[in-house]
Design a protein around this ligand. Structure first.
Ligand code: MG
Length: 159
């Protein structure tokens, strides 16, 4: 069995009055991500982890933010396209683990819906998709709610 690991990292700036999409789920929030796409920073980090595991570059290479095709795009479509690339060479997802750093709003009620949503898009079991959320104790740009930061790790296997 071959295994591959990849990590992903993404940041988006936050501004009042924008929708907040995280892990494929709309979060009730007075602030949302500034972005060319729907700004789902969690899915973006996950896509980079999956692409990184196979040394296929990054999300910006596959879905450039200069392209009209991706303006306002639902990031679940990007994740679905990345999964097509993953499966193309016989790889499958063993597990993924995502950490979202955000000062507010509280994300606890959204953790399970995010896991279910991303597992559905990836075609894996919910138990293979972990989502964790943390604040940064009001430190730094995350702590000041100027941005949202996400780290992701993906383990792939090929039998
Ligand atoms: Mg992004």
């Amino acid at each position: 069995m071959d295994i591959r690991i990849g990590n992903g990292y993404d940041v988006h700036a936050l501004a009042p009055g924008l929708p907040l999409w995280l892990g494929g789920v709309q979060v009730e929030s007075p602030i949302g991500c500034i972005a060319h796409s729907d700004g789902d920073v969690a899915i973006h980090a996950l896509c980079d982890a999956l692409l990184g595991a196979l040394a296929l570059g990054d999300i910006g290479k596959h879905f450039p933010d200069t392209s009209d095709e991706f303006a306002g795009i639902d990031s679940k479509i990007l994740l679905s396209r990345v999964m097509t690339l993953v499966r193309a060479e016989g790889w499958s997802v063993a597990n993924v683990d995502i950490t979202i750093a955000m000062q507010r709003p509280k994300l606890a009620p959204y953790i399970v819906p995010m896991r279910e949503c991303m597992a559905g898009v990836m075609g894996v079991d919910v138990s293979q998709v972990s989502v964790k959320a943390t604040t940064t104790e009001k430190l730094g740009f995350v702590g000041r709610s100027e941005g949202c930061e996400v780290y992701a790790v993906a383990l792939l296997r090929r039998d």
